[in-house]
Ligand binder design. Structure first.
Ligand code: ADP
Ligand code: MG
Length: 361
């Protein structure tokens, strides 16, 4: 088990990077706590696999260093980093049985037969592969093959870290839920540092203690799931996390008020000097928007109301801009004169996408 530090790290796949856009991974400093359960969350192409492969040694960073427990491993090959990695698509040996595939990482390291048998049986049990252990791995379905890959990543008990790169992509939805729960439990038992890459917020939020959100080659927020919900540091985080995501509206902010499409909205804090040239927006989660017919708030039109079980989601239009509100199930609203009221303490202010901290109003 290890603490992993990335120091002054950056990576460009092209040989002569000039502008920030040439970097798949822009400059970053980041520490992964020993024994932490992390999710690395972001849309396709934002640099997640690049970051993971730099940690495992499959990619050599163009700048900066990788440290395991303070020791510089930047130039060490993958085999010498004591890491297990599970890839998005199955990597298995077709000529071996399922059991031999699972045993491979242990056999490679000269682990004794009895320990190997015990671990293979335990991992086989956990992944429901027991009836298949003596079968040849060729000819199995993609999701069974991926379970074997997952098992190979989990079989060693002595790894510094286990890296998962969207490992459940080819797994069917029911099994996905089950495996996710098992991975979480496994982390609690083993205390290995685990980094789980995904573009799926549900996967990230159920697995991780700490979520690292990436966007366009940058880390935009690191925090526990609740913090990403309560205080998105970037409009992208607000939009990406939550369902529906945070409402983001262009605004002009003056002190403790924002002017949104011609209507003044109260803010929970005072904003002194926002950068003059910046693009200013406010963000408010649908959960913190309510509807009123008492003349308060901003005028909206109701586009649609969806029943999502215990709640309703209202899709609104604010001067042509989409706005969502989450309403209690029993709410009934129709007709004209409907306005949306934002909970002032829950409205955030953003300058060029980044959250600005306000002062007590
Ligand atoms: P993610 O895993 O988040 O989808 P990647 O790390 O795979 O993102 O990719 C980040 C960026 O780097 C993308 O623009 C991708 O096209 C580019 N990229 C990834 N791998 C290579 C490569 N081997 N050579 C050149 N460009 C690459
Ligand atoms: Mg990837």
């Amino acid at each position: 088990m290890a603490r992993i530090d990335l120091s002054d790290l950056a990576h460009a796949y092209r040989a002569d990077p000039k502008t920030p856009a040439d970097y798949a991974l822009k400059k970053l400093d980041l520490s992964w706590r020993d024994g932490g359960a992390y999710a690395l969350l972001g849309p396709s192409g934002c640099g997640k696999t690049t970051l993971l492969n730099i940690i495992s040694g499959l990619v050599h960073p163009s700048h900066g260093r990788v440290l395991f427990d303070g020791k510089d491993v930047t130039n060490l090959p993958t085999e010498r980093r004591n890491i297990a990695q599970v890839f998005q698509f199955p990597v298995i040996y077709d000529t071996m049985t399922v059991a031999e595939n699972l045993a491979f990482p242990l056999k490679n390291r000269g682990v004794d037969r009895a320990t190997i048998d015990k671990r293979v049986a335990a991992i086989g049990e956990m992944l429901e592969l027991t009836p298949l252990l003596n079968r040849n791995a060729s000819g199995l379905t993609a999701d069974l093959k991926q379970k074997i890959s997952l098992g190979r990543g989990l079989v060693r008990e002595d790894v510094a870290a286990i890296l998962f790169d969207e490992p459940l992509t080819v797994i069917d939805p029911h099994l996905k839920w089950q495996l996710r729960t098992q991975l979480k439990r496994l982390h609690t038992q083993s205390r290995a540092t685990m980094i789980y890459v995904t573009h799926d917020q549900t996967e990230a939020l159920t697995f991780a203690d700490t979520v690292v959100v990436m966007y366009d080659g940058e880390i935009v927020q690191i925090g526990p799931p609740q913090a990403l919900f309560d205080q998105p540091e970037h409009t992208f985080v607000g939009y990406f996390i939550g369902s529906p995501g945070m409402n983001v509206l262009p605004a002009a902010v003056d002190g403790a008020n924002a002017l949104v499409e011609g209507t003044t909205v109260a803010l929970g804090a005072r904003y002194a000097a926002l950068p003059k040239t910046a693009r200013i927006e406010i963000g408010v989660r649908p959960e913190h928007v309510r509807l009123s017919t008492k003349g308060e708030g901003v005028p909206v039109e109701i586009v649609r109301i969806d029943d999502i079980g215990r709640l309703k989601v209202a899709k609104l239009s604010l001067a042509g801009r989409p706005l969502a509100a989450v309403l209690p199930e029993e709410s009934t609203l129709e007709g004209s004169g409907v306005r949306a009221v934002f909970d002032p303490g829950r409205v955030h202010v953003y300058a060029d996408g980044r959250r600005v901290a306000g002062e007590a109003a």
